[in-house]
Design a protein around this ligand. Structure first.
Ligand code: ZN
Length: 243
């Protein structure tokens, strides 16, 4: 691997919440991710809920852990040290600190960006954060290798132009960050159903199958699901890292 390849992957756990569901409760958690490359770049994936977020009426309020800025500080990093910010999609729980990363290049699927700029309802809540005038965007179309060992995978269905991330690490091997294409481990099946909040069930299923194929083909050693609170308990979290 060359110097510009991923060397470490840090998992930042953000909020966690227990959601009542039929017959019990569901542990949900959210996170964002930091990749360090061999040549010293710091690539952030998503930025979590904004500081001033209040849940909609009727929704349980989350336990707030450290935010992304505090997680970076623990590693001796400031927002200006982030060279690239990968935007998986513009839902509020993924964009809340984007406006802190004015030195970074932000990378998003063109479809997601254009739908959001066009005023789609779901991206409106976080707009002050992702549509800040100081931010620089690079728009991409479909699957894109960003660096050797770092590929963005277009996985629409949860949101239009949503993307997942495949990271090849020197020791761990290929790690798939499914993000909200697959929010829980138990939804990672070919015939899965959509959840409320998903944009398009047919596309979501196609994206899930695309990721199932990728896991097989690339011999992925670890799949991290978007909001699986139970899985988060077993993951290696920052300041530790996968190498
Ligand atoms: Zn989400």
């Amino acid at each position: 691997m060359t110097g510009a390849s991923p060397r470490r992957l840090y998992l930042f756990q953000l909020e966690s919440v227990t959601v009542p569901v039929a017959g019990g409760t569901l542990e949900m958690s959210s996170g964002c991710y930091l990749i360090e490359t061999g040549d010293g770049q710091h690539i952030l994936i998503d930025s979590g809920l904004p500081v001033d977020y209040t849940p909609p009426p009727g929704m349980p309020s989350a336990h707030h852990g450290k935010d992304v800025i505090a997680h970076l500080a623990d590693l001796g990093l400031r927002p200006d040290d982030i060279t690239t910010l990968i935007c998986t999609h513009f839902d509020i729980d993924h964009v809340g600190h984007h406006d802190a990363f004015t030195k970074a290049e932000l990378i998003v699927q063109r479809e997601q960006y254009e739908r959001a700029r066009g005023g789609d309802e779901r991206s409106a809540a976080g707009r002050a954060h992702w549509d800040h005038p100081a931010l620089r965007y690079r728009l991409i179309d479909g699957d894109t290798e960003l660096l050797p060992g770092l590929t963005l995978i277009e996985t629409g269905g949860h949101a239009p132009g949503h993307q997942s991330v495949l990271v090849r690490l020197p020791r761990t091997g290929p790690v798939l960050l499914a993000i909200d294409a697959v929010v829980m481990q138990r939804l990672f099946t070919p015939d899965r159903r959509a959840w409320p909040g998903d944009d398009n069930e047919e596309q979501l299923r196609a994206s899930t199958r695309k990721l199932l194929d990728l896991v097989e083909r690339e011999q992925v050693t670890l799949v991290i699901f978007g909001h699986d609170g139970q899985q988060w308990q077993s993951l290696t979290k920052a300041p530790e890292s996968y190498e």
